[in-house]
Design a protein around this ligand. Structure first.
Ligand code: HEM
Length: 461
């Protein structure tokens, strides 16, 4: 990305024009530009300027909820085309945001993970069965593909009592490819040449979005159709169908429930599956960290061939959790979030008018000098309680910030910690192809083409 020129300097901040340098991994491009030009820059794309920032100092200011709030930036405006006023893409002042947030919050508190735990374990076992078969056949496994199978089945079953049955299929569930295409459309629409004709791309997008809506209707109908079991309040869909808002006693309307289901399917599985794939990558490339995870799981489950983790075990997997945090630092799967000024203000010397926004490039924030001299180094010791207490809370933001931060954080971490621990306990993970990181981006990032060979672990491993 060296050939992208600074076209002007505005209030001390460089403006770079990327209109003629489209990229399939725009986050990597913006990271390069921030490395070259400093902690803030305007990126111009066909006449529209976006302010990107990548330092702790600026991200800390943006985390101030008195001065800033979430911005539904241009990428999310595109996602709104298929998620509408679901939690993730709702505007701050849309009444359905607060209503759905208040109704759903209790379902995402740490204690609620106790309810989801058995389902998460059941789906983890599906993955293990599939991997056992591969292992016995001497075949490699497609890591991101299988992680996506696992996280989709988990959110389907734990959230909505719906079984996507991804491990019973040779191809991904038909929901997955259209979803990824819709996200990719949302991303690439940003860099479109306005002079070109995009009608065919848009038509294909509309067909994909309609298909997603159909799947979602099927998920809801499985619970609401005559003869379906009476919905209980113990999962997300049950809550949405039954619960009323504590303040005014009204329930969510069906249209909004649809938008929430699609939102949870989008937000709830691509990111968690990316996290798990990156974590496995980090472990095979860092044998010392792998040994420490092995030691932790062996202490917990010893020589058991098929451990039965209980809810409390997951909280005891401290080092495994550190590995996941360090993975989210280096490879935050949702690699940016946007904030807008509540009033006219100055952000680190940059004058912003009310409503103007800035996008935090999370992987750059996660490489700020606060992380030391070698921020590229994978080192889970950065997440010991002592190290965390000594660092600004704004240095690590893989789940966004403030009131609009990720509602599914505990859900994702519980699911990912359990699966990673079970895999490390059971298999020798073999980097048979000497994988070199190749990021693929469809808004979220993933390691493309990452495969592993497996062998059963023996006491000597
Ligand atoms: C919001 C990341 C897993 C549901 C967000 C945001 C980020 C994020 C960065 C804030 C976006 C913004 O400010 O514009 C992640 C990561 C995950 C993950 C890295 C996995 C490791 C999940 C899961 C669910 C979920 C499992 C649901 C089960 C949501 C929802 C929002 C959100 C509904 C919008 C919240 C609101 O604005 O009220 N997530 N997420 N996420 N996430 Fe997650």
């Amino acid at each position: 990305h060296g050939g992208i020129p600074v076209v002007e300097v505005r209030g001390g901040i460089p403006v770079v024009d990327v209109s003629h340098a489209p990229s399939s991994t725009p986050t990597l491009r913006t990271m390069d530009l921030l490395r070259q030009h400093g902690p803030a820059l305007f990126q111009r794309q066909h006449g529209r300027d976006t302010l990107f920032v990548g330092s702790l100092e600026l991200a800390s200011e943006l985390a101030d909820e008195q001065r800033f709030c979430k911005a539904v930036g241009p990428a999310l405006v595109n996602v709104r085309e298929f998620a509408h006023d679901g939690l993730f893409t709702a505007y701050n002042d849309e009444p359905n945001w607060a209503k759905a947030h208040d109704i759903l919050m209790p379902a995402f508190a740490l204690g609620s993970m106790r309810t989801y735990h058995p389902v998460m374990l059941r789906v983890a076992r599906r993955l293990i069965d599939a991997w056992d078969r591969r292992c016995a056949a001497g075949e490699a496994v497609d890591v991101p593909g299988d992680m996506t199978r696992m996280t989709l089945d988990t959110i389907g079953l734990a959230g909505f009592g719906y079984d996507f049955g991804s491990f019973a299929r040779t191809e991904p569930h038909p929901f997955v490819d259209p979803l990824v295409r819709c996200l990719y459309w949302s991303m690439t629409k940003l860099s479109r040449d306005p002079a070109a004709d995009h009608s065919r791309t848009d038509e294909a997008f509309r067909a994909d979005a309609a298909f997603l809506a159909e799947v979602v209707d099927e998920v809801i109908a499985a619970r609401t159709a005559p003869g379906a079991p009476a919905p209980e309040n113990d999962d997300l869909l049950g809550l949405m169908l039954n619960a009323t808002h504590p303040a005014d006693g009204t329930a969510l309307d069906l249209e909004n429930i649809r938008n929430q289901v699609i939102t949870f399917l989008i937000a709830g599985h691509e990111t968690t599956s990316g996290t798990l794939s990156f974590a496995l990558y980090n472990l095979v490339k860092h044998p010392t960290a792998l040994r420490l995870v092995q030691r932790e799981v062996d202490e917990l489950w010893g020589g058991q061939a098929d451990p039965e983790p209980d809810f409390e075990d997951i909280g005891r997997l401290r080092y495994t959790r550190q590995v996941l945090n360090e993975t989210l630092r280096l490879y935050p799967p949702a690699p940016a979030f946007s904030r807008q000024a509540r009033q006219d203000t100055v952000l680190g010397g940059i004058a912003l008018r009310a409503g103007q926004s800035a996008t935090v490039v999370t992987p750059m924030l996660h490489r700020d000098p606060v992380w030391g001299d070698n921020p590229e180094l994978f080192d889970p010791a950065r997440f010991t309680p002592e190290a965390e207490a000594a660092r600004s809370p704004h240095a690590f933001k893989p789940f966004g910030t403030g009131e609009r931060a990720c509602i599914g954080r505990q859900f994702a971490l519980h699911e990912a910690t359990m699966l990673l621990a079970l895999l490390v306990h059971r298999y020798r993970l073999i980097d048979h192809a000497g994988y070199r990181m190749n990021l693929k981006q469809a808004l979220t990032i993933k390691p493309d083409g990452f495969t592993l060979a497996l062998a059963p672990r023996t006491p000597a491993d």
